[in-house]
Design a protein around this ligand. Sequence first.
Ligand code: S3P
Length: 181
Amino acid sequence: MINLKKSKKKEYKLVYDNIVLIGFMGSGKTAVGRTLSKKLFKDFVDVDAVIEAEQGCSIAEIFEKKGEAYFRTLEQKCINELTSKKGQVIATGGGVPIHSTISDKSLIVYIDADFDVIVERLSARERAKRPLFDDEQRARALYDARIDTYKELATYSVDANQVIPTFIHMIVDYILDKRVL
Ligand code: S3P
């Protein structure tokens, strides 16, 4: 006999409020988020950009003047506020899954790029914006320490070692196929 109550509950659980993109620095979350939001007719927001606008200075300046711990409190507040609304694609900073809690009503997509691919993609200008990327060896160690958490948190992981338009299609296909939004 089919337990209607149970199957209904399961169906409901598949509906998420927002798409949250996670992944290491420079994996392409912002670029992916912008295009994905257009394809899915959603609003796009970027946690780092919201923090910079609210604080009136760059992430690098926040790290320098107030320290990383202070930045992490801003991140948690920001992701809480953003996920209290619906219908957005939210690009997070690479440290959000490690230092913050993300609402479980979020469809979490992990942009899974190898460290070497990231290094190749990041221009010197993009690196300079990221205080935790100024030493490549330290950044690699951070990458190694974080990937398991990214994988565990993800509702869906996409192989991001290919050109961005290709894997954006894979994310769109997943979302439409699963009918989760
Ligand atoms: C950080 C990632 C950065 C930014 C800050 C810290 C991290 O964002 O939030 O420099 O801890 O990984 P991106 O992932 O967009 O580079």
